[in-house]
Design a protein around this ligand. Structure first.
Ligand code: C2E
Ligand code: CA
Ligand code: CA
Ligand code: CA
Length: 275
């Protein structure tokens, strides 16, 4: 028994060590990746449900790793947050996305995610506005998506950042609404312009009556607060039809297409004469 116990610990140590090394490799790689231009924006279509028209894109970070292929944000955003690299990463993504989008049809908007960590930076609004000015992308075409309870860390600072952005004409969306990190209290904390329903409710809307009830309630809440609602995670036409019947304003998800690379988004827009 003693021997197998030791083996178990040895195995545990090894797997922990492997995990630590993998994380360390990613951290080291990320230091080079950000200035090296390996962290790039992908673009997910956002659709007006009433008309079916493309209204803009959500910007999603991707790491085009030289040897490992494309790495998703769930792998590297947490590392960027823990190491403080998120500020540079975020501004680099914005700079690239604004530069790409400034010549597109002027009706097309961009929705950019920011990490709750960034709401602790007293200069965040100024940095975003400077990036808008330098790239020539109009503030009125930008929406910032905010999530999570870290908002309440320093609510006064978050409110002042939100106020500065709104003064310039930037809009704010409350992301992942309905999950533990994004709730009713948040809606009153900052001057939001839009609610985004978390995809966990949307993907199961036609299978789980509870999900349908929750989505209906959020759409009604949006109506009474005068906040348009976007549903994310629309994976098929049946989900889209259900959302249209509920009066949801916008949708995004695989039904409309997987997030596009900068090259992919250009050819989509060229096809539709939007560029
Ligand atoms: P999110 O903001 O909730 O983004 C939506 C996620 O759902 C994206 O994952 C998107 O690819 C995925 N998705 C889109 N359509 C569907 C669908 O129909 N079904 C399903 N099951 N999933 C769908 P992704 O790109 O892996 O991003 C994960 C998270 O990483 C994002 O969640 C966001 O919180 C964060 N993130 C991405 N880019 C950035 C960034 O530039 N800065 C910060 N701070 N966070 C980012
Ligand atoms: Ca988002
Ligand atoms: Ca979301
Ligand atoms: Ca999320």
């Amino acid at each position: 028994a003693k021997k197998s116990g030791r083996n178990r610990f040895a195995w545990f140590d090894e797997s922990m060590e492997r995990e630590l090394k993998a994380r360390n490799d990613l951290e080291q790689g990320l230091r080079i990746a950000i200035p090296g231009g390996q962290i790039v924006p992908y673009f997910e279509q956002q659709i007006d449900l009433a008309t079916g028209a493309l209204t803009g894109f959500e910007v999603l970070a991707r790491w085009e790793h030289p040897t490992r292929g494309v790495i998703g944000p769930d792998r590297f955003i947490p590392i960027a947050e823990e190491t403080g690299m998120i500020a540079d990463l975020s501004l680099s993504i914005m700079r690239q996305a604004f530069t790409a989008a400034r010549d597109w049809d002027q009706a097309l908007t961009l929705s950019v995610n920011i990490s709750p960590w960034q709401l602790r930076d007293a200069w965040l609004a100024q940095k975003i506005i400077k990036t808008l000015t330098e790239t020539g992308f109009p503030a009125s075409r930008l929406e910032i998506e905010i999530t999570e309870s870290a908002l309440f860390d320093n609510l006064a600072l978050a409110q002042s950042i939100a106020g500065s952005l709104k003064n310039q004409g930037v809009r704010l969306a409350l992301d992942d609404f309905g999950t533990g990190y994004s709730s009713l209290a948040h809606l009153r904390a900052l001057p939001f312009d839009r609610i985004k329903i978390d995809k966990s409710f949307v993907t199961s809307i036609n299978e789980a009556p509870d999900s349908a009830a929750i989505v209906t309630a959020i759409v009604r809440l949006g109506e009474s607060l005068n906040l348009p609602v976007t549903a994310e995670g629309v994976e098929d036409g049946a989900i889209a039809a259900r959302l249209i019947a509920m009066g949801c304003a916008k949708a995004q998800g695989w039904h409309y297409g997987k997030p596009l690379s900068p090259v992919g988004v250009r050819s989509l827009l060229a096809e539709r004469h939007l560029i």
